[in-house]
Design a protein around this ligand. Structure first.
Ligand code: SF4
Length: 470
């Protein structure tokens, strides 16, 4: 059957040897596709790795031709996708020269001009929030609008002959538009039954049997808002990065009423669990009215909630009485050393406060993941020793439903340490898109060293810690 798709959103994960990275798609994609569909632009979201899993012979170019696709929108949000996305665009453009390719997402936004200059396979880049610009661009392409129309589209970067034009980034989403979006219209994702269940198969998607995936826990990725209220040294989504990439000075959030409608919609798609990472006022009662609404509407849902600091006692109580038993709280102290934590985390706290909170979660039998890292700016060997000790303490003090995990960080474009390496005393050879594109076609690496640790040292210490914890 010919589907007649005007705009096909394609998500291309990164291949790392025998597994894939960046399996989750940016959260805004469903809202973008829904907005285009509502404007009469037939849209579909495709996860390339899922198509290739279902059919190893899957031919994206044939799909594009058969279904008369006019626009391919590729998300280049997370930098590890840099190589995969550009190569996918090249492959599409060489077989379908009339199809227009457009990129969006944080990484594409940050390097829009360079991407257009170096990669002729990309026709357009939308910088920052994309709802209005993409709709205007799609209308322009589908109606063969006049060339000078392009300069009227906010946030758009495009090629005009040999010249790269970057229009002013004058559109950022406001609360009214944000509330009007349907952000969990999962029906627009092709093979969403599988996509909704890949959470537990992040490293094993290619090998896992389909029926095992389909019988697993289903997740919807849902953030109440966009932006952050603080700056962690390593975060490409920090307040300063949001300003740089999206022109967003403050957070923007949906109303709780719309959020409940989103969650009802998720239930219609048989979602068991919501995964969320938007906690701009941690330790406050911000979420309590929403949790109350969820209870009033008798929405039986699990949640994985990433806390950006420590949750309050009232939050923990409300969490326990609102969500199902499989729910999890995720806390990231990042390091055992209060000194290093204070220098790197926007929202910091003492180890005493952390342990008191973990005790409360343990008493309530709330499943909890505690995330650490290493190789942070200003970190010394003695700080990493404190991380090891704190992880050991968590392992010994709490029930089995507590997990302490550690993972080195990769340099995130747009993050404070990327923007000001001198201040954070790091060195990197990644400053351009070309650096990212080349780096992500090689063996995975962190992309930086600190004044105290080289990259191989960070990896070696990380492996030693893993061995000890095992
Ligand atoms: S890691 Fe820090 S800066 Fe990034 S979103 Fe979380 S709290 Fe904000």
């Amino acid at each position: 059957m010919i589907l007649m798709i005007d705009c096909l959103f394609v998500h291309a994960p990164k291949k790392v040897g025998s597994y894939l990275e960046i399996l989750k798609m940016p959260l805004g994609l469903t809202a973008l596709a829904d907005r285009l569909s509502s404007a009469g632009i037939r849209s579909m979201i495709m996860h390339l790795a899922i198509e290739q899993k279902l059919d190893p012979e899957f031919d994206l170019n044939r799909f594009i031709k058969e279904n008369r696709v006019k626009i391919v929108a590729l998300d280049l949000h997370w930098h590890p996708q840099s190589y995969a996305v550009i190569e996918t665009a090249k492959m599409i453009k060489s077989a379908n020269p009339d199809v227009m390719t457009v990129l969006g997402g944080f990484t594409a936004s940050l390097f829009a001009g360079e991407i257009l200059k170096d990669h002729k396979a990309i026709d357009f880049v939308i910088k920052g929030d994309a709802e209005l610009p993409l709709e205007k661009l799609a209308h322009h392409i589908l109606n063969a609008g006049p060339a000078d129309e392009l300069i009227t589209i906010p946030n758009l970067a495009f090629r005009d002959g040999d010249k790269i034009v970057e229009n002013a980034q004058s559109y950022t989403i406001d609360p009214v538009v944000f509330d009007s979006l349907k952000i969990l219209n999962l029906s627009l994702i092709r093979n969403s039954g599988i996509y909704n269940r890949i959470y537990h198969f992040e490293r094993t998607l290619q090998k896992a049997p389909i029926d095992r995936i389909l019988s697993g826990q289903s997740f919807a990725y849902f953030n109440l808002g966009r932006g952050c209220t603080t700056n962690c040294s390593f975060c490409g989504g920090a307040k300063a990065a949001q300003c740089l990439i999206n022109g967003r000075g403050d957070i923007v959030a949906r109303s709780f009423g719309s959020a409940v409608e989103d969650l009802k919609q998720a239930k219609e798609y048989s979602i068991d669990t919501i995964y969320t990472s938007f906690d701009p006022y941690p330790g406050t009662d911000y979420y309590l009215p929403l949790f109350e609404l969820i209870r009033k509407n008798r929405l039986e849902l699990g949640i994985y909630f990433e806390c950006w600091s420590l949750p309050s006692k009232a939050f923990i109580e409300a969490f326990k009485s609102t969500f199902t038993d499989g729910s999890r709280i995720i806390i990231s102290p990042d390091c055992g050393s209060e000194r290093a934590r204070g220098l790197n985390r926007g929202f910091s706290y003492s180890n005493r406060e952390l342990i008191d909170t973990l005790d409360q979660l343990n008493n309530k039998k709330i499943k909890t993941d505690v995330y650490f890292t290493l190789g942070l700016p200003f970190e010394e060997r003695s700080d990493i020793k404190e991380t090891e000790e704190l992880m050991e303490l968590i392992k010994n003090r709490y029930d089995r439903f507590f997990k302490a995990k550690i993972m080195p960080i990769e340099l995130d474009p747009g993050s404070p340490m990327w923007s000001d390496p001198e201040k954070y005393r790091i060195k990197t050879d990644r400053t351009t898109f070309k650096d990212l594109y080349q780096a992500h076609n090689r063996t995975p690496s962190l992309g930086y060293r600190t004044d105290k640790f080289s990259e191989p040292e960070i990896i070696r210490i990380y492996r030693d810690i893993l061995k000890k914890l095992a």
